[in-house]
Design a protein around this ligand. Sequence first.
Ligand code: HEC
Length: 168
Amino acid sequence: MKQIISIIFIAMLLPSLSYAEDQANHKIKEPVSGIKSLSPKLRGLLAKEMQALQNGMQSIIPAYVSGNWNEIAQIADKMQGSYILKQSLSDDQKKELHTSLSSSFLKLDQQFHYLSGMLKHVAKNKKTELIGFYFSKLSETCVSCHTQFATHRFPALEPKEPMTEHSH
Ligand code: HEC
């Protein structure tokens, strides 16, 4: 029964992702220049980290539907610790990151770390419903940050014309 509920929950996740996209579209769009002005080395690190995050998210689903809480906790732990802004960068690189990226980017990054930490915590405590909840919240954070800072990479996330929202 629990398994069936989990599967239904995952089926429900997809619409919630596009809901997150809609929500994110209401936020003010920041110029992407911050990302584009990063040195090629830092930008390369960022892309590598993003790939790792994507792999992590993709591995969580099979672990979740089979009740493999330990594996989820391990993946969440890696996601929490491995992201570029937490890596041991040189002082100059840290300075570069903090001066190039806006405070809302750094806030989203913090939010992301908070949510991975929560996912790890609830996985350790085997709280099935909460694992689904925090997984969904994490996905919203990916979409939210990409909508604000990575539409050059994901043009489909470009905020829509405000008028279309209210037309009947
Ligand atoms: C705090 C902001 C932020 C968060 C949170 C975030 N991303 Fe990203 N992501 C970016 C930016 C910015 C780029 C574009 C980087 C560039 O153009 O150099 C990007 C690019 C990517 C890419 C493309 C990398 C490539 O090879 O070019 C993938 C895949 C990706 N993100 C996955 C994810 C996933 C999955 C999550 C959530 C688990 C996530 N991201 C969360 C900011 C974020």
